[in-house]
Design a protein around this ligand. Structure first.
Ligand SMILES: Nc1nc2c(ncn2[C@@H]2O[C@H](COP(=O)(O)OP(=O)(O)OP(=O)(O)O)[C@@H](O)[C@H]2O)c(=O)[nH]1
Ligand SMILES: [Mg+2]
Length: 604
């Protein structure tokens, strides 16, 4: 399967294509201008096929493109959009000349300047070896334009000079004079695009399409992208080729040049073909809501399990869309959509993806088993478990901190929590429950993510009860409630007591609350921030576990050797003391088990 190989490849043997594709896997250190291994491999392949191969490398050392045939045909038009015209593209081209003569052709030089490459390097190949090397670096003219080239050569592969090139390139690339240019050339500036397909109900004067787009902006901000424009197109349904109308796609191309945007983010999941078409027409990187959410998760995942889950979701999403995202994204070399958990670059090779997915799934299964054992041991502890669920940013973690006097990370950003966190919750009557903080929900949550986070989400499925945290200050509360309920339902987590909590009541204080429905009459107003309503909430929590556990004190005679193991098995021993006539045990056990040892109870 050919993924990113371009140019004249039809007549190549499968084995050669494989060999060329393997080049993508080469580890290239950012300070190695011309890796020895790469040069040797290129020479070897060139000798076999008797044709030019061009490899494009960015400054981080990633190969962003490979093309076979004539280097002049190796077009990388998207480089234009990457940076200001007064700066270099940050990409160098290393290509071969079969026949041994490495002198650069006029076409080589004009490609260098036209594409504002960092360097154009030619390897003359003779009998499978690098015979000689020529390299050209661009130079600015008086006005700062890259109009000339400085040619170096003939050089040898072992030459130390190559190392110096990287420094020279950095110097050349320094901003010229007082030319105005955007310091944040790595900053991602996006146009957001949504669809208004159905004439839904207006909430606070906004349609569902508008509100979803607002949320997309929040997601973009969370991911570190600046939103420079938002478009909502009214259409009866999404276009299969472009999602929006093709005319609209073309006008986005004009618009993004005018306002200097370097990416377009769509509010729904796009197919690979749609991404490809949209990227071709708009001339910039195109991503969708799913990629954005996955990117946020990738940035935030901390635990091994979380990281694996996110990577798996990313790969699942990517696999059927490789032709779309694979080409342009990888060429652009970075940013949203290319990051894996921990800044790892995502795999773009289909076979590798398959292999990686299987290995992640295996490891996750192992971790899942351990999680299950943990759950079992909690059960044995006779501890009831309560899971905090709710829309992202509703205040789940803040509430957990208040209830348990804990210091769980909470932040006014989406998806602050990814890993389920467990804390002990002391109830007024001395009993204890385990409180579990979970990942927040969001509308249009990518199903790849739900799938991958199943074992994490299962914490909610296996909990004895749920606390559904609702941000009552949000104008979106109603939609958020139904999104959460639907997701819980689909996970099969609804068949248990649910306490609904209307959080952030402090913000609504004094203000008329918009009429919101969708929650139960008994829903409790609280503020996780000020503590308002928290005691009442604790009472409610105690009430849903009617004496499931009881604290007992017994004296087990030494003749009744079964008692201590029985208590251990069915509860949690708080203290035990060996006395003259037996073992004095303090324990918390399930109420249903008290009868079996009732005759040994000693007061309370
Ligand atoms: N005014 C006010 N702000 C609150 C209250 N509860 C939480 N917040 C704020 O809301 C923001 C989100 O809180 P988190 O506790 O991180 O929300 P979360 O539900 O855990 O969010 P995710 O983990 O991202 O799903 C934070 O800035 C909190 O300070 C509240 O009762 N009143
Ligand atoms: Mg949280």
């Amino acid at each position: 399967m050919l993924i990113e190989l371009k140019g004249n490849v039809e007549s190549l043997k499968k084995s050669v294509i494989d060999e060329i594709e393997q080049l993508y896997n080469l580890e290239i250190s950012p300070d190695n201008f011309l890796p020895y291994e790469l040069a040797e491999k290129l020479a070897h392949i060139t000798d076999k096929i008797n044709r030019e191969i061009a490899v494009f490398i960015n400054r981080r050392g990633s190969i962003v493109d490979i093309s076979v045939g004539d280097s002049a045909k190796a077009s990388i038009p998207d480089l234009e959009t990457r940076r200001d015209m007064t700066r270099l593209s940050g990409i160098r081209c290393i290509h071969t000349h079969p026949g041994g003569d490495a002198r650069l052709s006029p076409v080589d030089i004009s490609s260098l300047l036209k594409l504002r490459l960092d360097a154009m390097v030619a390897l003359g190949v003779r009998e499978g070896r690098v015979n000689e090397i020529y390299a050209a670096l661009p130079e600015r003219d008086e006005t700062g334009i890259f109009a000339r080239a400085q040619v170096y050569g003939p050089l040898e592969l072992s030459s130390d000079g190559f190392r110096a090139f990287l420094g020279i390139i950095r110097d050349i690339d320094k901003p010229f004079g007082n030319m105005a240019y955007d310091m944040g050339d790595e900053e991602e500036k996006a146009i957001l695009v949504g669809l208004e397909t159905l004439q839904g109900r207006l909430v606070n004067g906004m349609s569902e399409g508008q509100r979803s787009l607002e949320e997309l902006e929040e997601l973009a901000n969370t991911a570190g992208v600046r939103v420079v424009h938002k478009i909502l197109q009214k259409r009866p349904s999404a276009d299969s080729a472009f999602y929006i109308g093709s005319g609209m796609a073309e006008s986005i191309n004009v618009m993004r040049q005018a306002i200097n945007a370097n990416m377009v983010i769509f509010d729904d999941a796009l197919s690979g073909a749609q991404v490809r078409n949209l990227e071709n027409t708009t001339g910039v990187k195109v991503i969708d809501r799913t990629v954005l959410i996955l990117d946020i998760f990738a940035q935030r995942a901390r635990s091994r399990e979380g990281k694996l889950q996110v990577e798996l979701a990313q790969l699942k999403y990517r696999l059927p869309r490789l032709t779309g995202l694979g080409t342009v994204l990888s060429r652009l070399g970075g940013g949203i959509g290319t990051r894996g958990p921990g800044e790892k670059k995502l795999e773009t090779d289909r076979r590798h993806i398959g292999r990686r997915m299987r290995s992640i799934e295996r490891e996750l299964k192992e971790i899942g088993k351990r999680r299950e054992m943990l759950r079992e041991s909690r059960k044995k502890d006779a501890h009831s478990t309560i899971a905090l669920v709710g829309y992202t940013n509703a205040g789940k973690s803040t509430l957990m901190n208040k209830l348990c006097d804990a210091q769980v990370f909470a932040e006014d950003k989406l998806f602050a929590t990814l890993d389920p966190t467990v804390r002990r919750l002391k109830l007024e009557d001395g009993r204890e429950a385990m409180l579990i903080d979970t990942v927040g929900f969001i509308r249009k949550l990518p199903h790849e993510l739900v799938e991958a986070f199943k074992s994490t989400l299962e914490e909610a499925v296996y909990a004895d009860a749920l606390i559904h945290v609702i941000d009552i200050s949000s104008s979106e509360a109603e939609v958020q409630i139904s999104v959460v309920n639907e997701l819980l339902d689909s996970l099969g987590a609804m068949n248990k007591p649910v306490i609904e909590v209307l959080n952030k009541a402090d913000l609504a204080d004094g203000k008329e609350r918009p009429p919101i429905s969708g929650f139960k009459a008994g829903a409790l107003e609280v503020s996780a921030l000020t503590g308002q309503g928290i005691d009442k909430l604790k009472e409610n929590i105690s009430r849903i576990f009617p004496k499931e556990q009881t604290e007992i004190k017994i004296l087990a005679p030494y003749s009744e050797g079964w008692i201590l193991p029985f208590v251990h098995e069915n509860g949690r021993v708080v203290a035990q003391k060996y006395e003259e006539n037996g073992i004095l045990i303090n324990a918390i056990i399930k109420t249903s088990n008290v009868n079996k040892i009732r005759e040994y109870l000693v007061g309370k």
